[in-house]
Design a protein around this ligand. Structure first.
Ligand code: PLP
Ligand code: COI
Length: 339
């Protein structure tokens, strides 16, 4: 068996042993199948290829000090994938099928769940797409649901340390009444040009404003935004951002830690008032923000002068990771411990 360098894993794809699949046809989901191949055979007129009928999810499994594997908030991902089906007219994957497939994918690839000490995790990627043919712009009648896994380290190089973000007003990721609230592939295709440009300029991530007025904060690349000031956790309320499960968890943990929480429109001008700022998501966990440069307006908002994360980001990060790895009690019922 190949040796995996657990401590130096990045956020990339690695082949694992098995993936789980189910197909939907004639109005019902078929049995879960176990596959070893990373490839699939797809109809050349599949709606996912032509019309973007596709959604995906991202969640993680963690190995605790006790050796047990814990999956974080799996049901929330199942429900969000159902929302994405509403937004794209795809067949919905029932929560039980989603959960069974996720558990099966993790168990059958148990040797890829990183050891506790590495601080890495097993990333779980469920994906749903139109597999049946159409040539008119219409929903497919057949769908495929696949769950595969891959071990991952931090999304941003260096893990829990601050990085610079950038606002570029010439790019939008989603329209005000569009698809931003769903986890569909097209949103990520729409973010590639801006994301690459930000990377070329030395930023770790792009920071989106609302597309209509360019006045309010939406989200950052593949993560939600939060700011901290006056003992308050503040995060944007917007119809064009993905409802992040990490953000939802942090809002609860912030209250547990004695902070106030505000979920509301956050004007970009308010950035100057935040004592700390971060991006949060399954892949990003909490990625504390060093500074946000407003590229077009030639302004900078600085949150860390010495590169270190602020004290509240630090507390929230350790609390969340503690629950995920089983070091802290799971008081909110977020964790599924595998037997
Ligand atoms: N926003 C976008 C656009 C994302 O792709 C993600 C990642 O899933 C998030 C936010 C964070 O969501 P979650 O915390 O559920 O992973
Ligand atoms: C996640 O946090 O799970 C994401 O979906 C980010 C990703 C697109 C890599």
């Amino acid at each position: 068996m190949e040796q995996i360098d657990w401590k130096n894993l990045g956020f990339g794809y690695m082949k694992t042993d098995h993936n789980i699949r189910s197909t939907y046809s004639n109005g019902k989901w078929g049995e879960l199948e176990v596959h070893e191949s990373e490839f699939l055979s797809l109809h050349i007129a599949a709606t996912s290829l032509h019309y973007g009928q596709e959604s995906f999810e991202g969640l993680k499994a963690f190995r605790g000090k006790d050796g047990k594997i814990r999956i974080f908030r799996m049901k929330d991902n199942a429900l969000r994938m159902q929302d994405s089906s509403e937004g794209t007219l795809m067949a919905k994957v029932p929560v039980e099928i989603f959960e069974e497939a996720v558990i099966k994918a993790v168990k059958l690839n148990e040797r890829f769940v990183p050891p506790y000490e590495s601080g890495a995790a097993l990333y779980i990627r469920p994906v749903l797409f139109g597999s049946g043919p159409q040539i008119g712009v219409k929903p497919a009648t057949e769908y495929m649901f696949i769950v595969f896994v891959t071990p991952v380290g931090p999304y941003f190089k260096g893990g829990f340390q601050t990085t610079p973000f950038v606002i570029m007003r010439e790019y939008d990721r989603s329209a005000p009444l569009g698809m931003g609230k769903y986890k569909v592939g097209g949103n990520y295709a729409a973010s590639l040009v801006a994301g690459e440009r930000a990377h070329e300029l030395g930023y770790s991530n792009i920071f989106y404003l609302d597309a209509k007025e360019k006045k309010y904060i939406d989200e950052c690349g593949a993560a939600n935004f939060f700011g901290i000031k006056n003992n308050t956790y503040i995060t944007p309320k917007s119809a064009s951002i993905l409802p992040s499960i990490t953000n939802k968890s942090l809002m609860v943990l912030a209250v547990d830690l004695g902070l106030k929480v505000e979920q509301r429109a956050v004007p970009v001008d308010e950035l100057i008032t935040f004592e700390e700022a971060g991006a949060c998501g399954t892949a990003a966990v909490i990625s504390p923000i060093e500074r946000i440069d407003d590229y077009n307006e030639k302004k900078s908002y600085i949150f860390s002068h010495d590169g270190s994360p602020g004290p509240i980001c630090d507390k929230l990060y350790h609390k969340l990771r503690g629950i995920q790895y089983g070091d802290e009690p799971d008081e909110h019922g977020w964790v599924t411990v595998l037997d």
